[in-house]
Design a protein. Structure first.
Length: 374
């Protein structure tokens, strides 16, 4: 937001300004000095020579490096709840380290100047700090920041809802959902604090900050935060809606696939296939048996000669008649077996066609299901 370091570190008093020197170690007993206008300008030039962005750059770098080290050390493809708890526990460490990086160099550069400055018993109290912060932003800017953080927290809650499958899974079972809920809750608390400050300004009749404390940055950042939060919520809600639609379509397709599998089980495809195989095997064995009987008839007759008597000739004739009847019977059975073979072939072709149609339908449904889940 606006650079409010001047308001936080200098307090106007009758003798000049009370200066609250930054501690190189961030925490500890504060030191206060009495400075005049020229000394204030000199100190302020050193303080503002280092951008406030240093803190955020350091914080992001520390979070990124620690997260990468944690991911590499644990070997987890996705963060676990334990990893999320470790990262949340490291948050104060990251903030303190970023404060050291951003404040320490400035505090050390101020040391030579502070050695010649008189100390004072006057203090910049916590109430003075709160009042100074409140004066740097207007009521509208506070409300804008509060609304932007509420919208961002809503987007994070939606993300957590997606992570937990619509609330059916506990947030403590998904590290991402746990982090989203934690950050969203923190943003809600921060938004409430902004709203409380804004209402307090209204109650005390405090309007816009003085012209010397206004800047384009102080107006742009709340608006930027609001635009980004609205864009984030819109993106998250749109993505969640599309995801729900894809899940619904996937569920319908999966239902069709399950119904098709039930139809396959109900049509007894496997048993029918085994039955066709058994019929084909029995029919093949029957054909082999008939061909063997045709080639090796059970009735074998002697050959007639000219010297045979009429009785023998009649006996041979009767034998040949029985052999012919046997051969005719075998040929009829062979014809019937061949007809059965053709029937089995047709049944098998129809069965195979049905199986191919089912498989084609299954492949089409699975392809549609994969396309839906992308």
């Amino acid at each position: 937001m606006a650079d409010n370091r001047e308001a936080l570190m200098f307090k106007k008093v009758p003798d000049g300004y009370v200066f609250r020197a930054p501690n190189p170690w961030v925490f500890g007993r504060a030191r206060f000095y009495l400075v005049n206008e020229a000394q204030k300008a000199q100190l302020l030039a050193i303080i503002k020579a280092r951008s406030q962005a240093v803190f955020w750059v350091a914080l992001v770098a520390l979070i990124g490096a620690s997260t990468a080290a944690l991911a590499y050390g644990t070997g987890h493809d996705n963060p676990t709840v334990r990893d999320a708890v470790v990262m949340l526990a490291l948050l104060p460490v990251w903030i303190y380290a970023a404060l050291l990086v951003s404040i320490g160099p400035t505090a050390r550069r101020l040391q030579p100047l502070l050695a010649d400055l008189p100390t004072t018993d006057q203090r910049i109290t916590a109430g003075d700090l709160r009042a100074a912060v409140r004066k740097t932003l207007s009521f509208g800017q506070y409300v804008t920041l509060a609304v932007s953080q509420l919208i961002t927290s809503a987007a994070l809650f939606v993300l957590a809802w997606q992570k937990t499958d619509g609330g059916r899974v506990s947030v403590f079972q998904d590290a991402g959902a746990l982090v989203f809920v934690f950050v969203a809750a923190a943003l809600v608390v921060s938004s409430i604090c902004f709203l409380v400050v804004a209402l307090d300004r209204v109650r005390h009749g405090q309007g816009e900050p003085p012209p010397t404390q206004r800047s384009i940055k102080s107006a742009l950042l709340p608006i930027f935060c609001l635009v980004v939060s609205i864009g984030l919520l819109g993106f998250v809600v749109t993505n969640a809606s599309r995801q729900n639609e894809r899940n619904h379509q996937a569920a319908l397709i999966q239902g069709r696939l399950d119904n098709l599998k039930v139809r396959m089980d109900g049509s007894l495809i496997r048993s029918r296939q085994e039955g066709l195989k058994a019929r084909a095997a029995a029919n093949g064995a029957r054909m082999s048996e008939l061909i063997a009987r045709l080639n090796n008839p059970t009735v074998k007759c002697e050959t007639a000669t000219a010297t045979d008597d009429p009785g023998r000739l009649e006996s041979i004739q009767l034998c040949r008649e029985r052999a012919r009847k046997e051969q005719d019977a075998v040929e009829r059975e062979i014809a019937a077996t061949q007809k059965e073979t053709e029937v089995i072939r047709q049944d098998n072709a129809a069965f195979q066609k049905e199986v191919d149609a089912v498989r084609t339908e299954i492949d089409a449904i699975q392809t549609e299901l994969k396309a839906t889940r992308r």
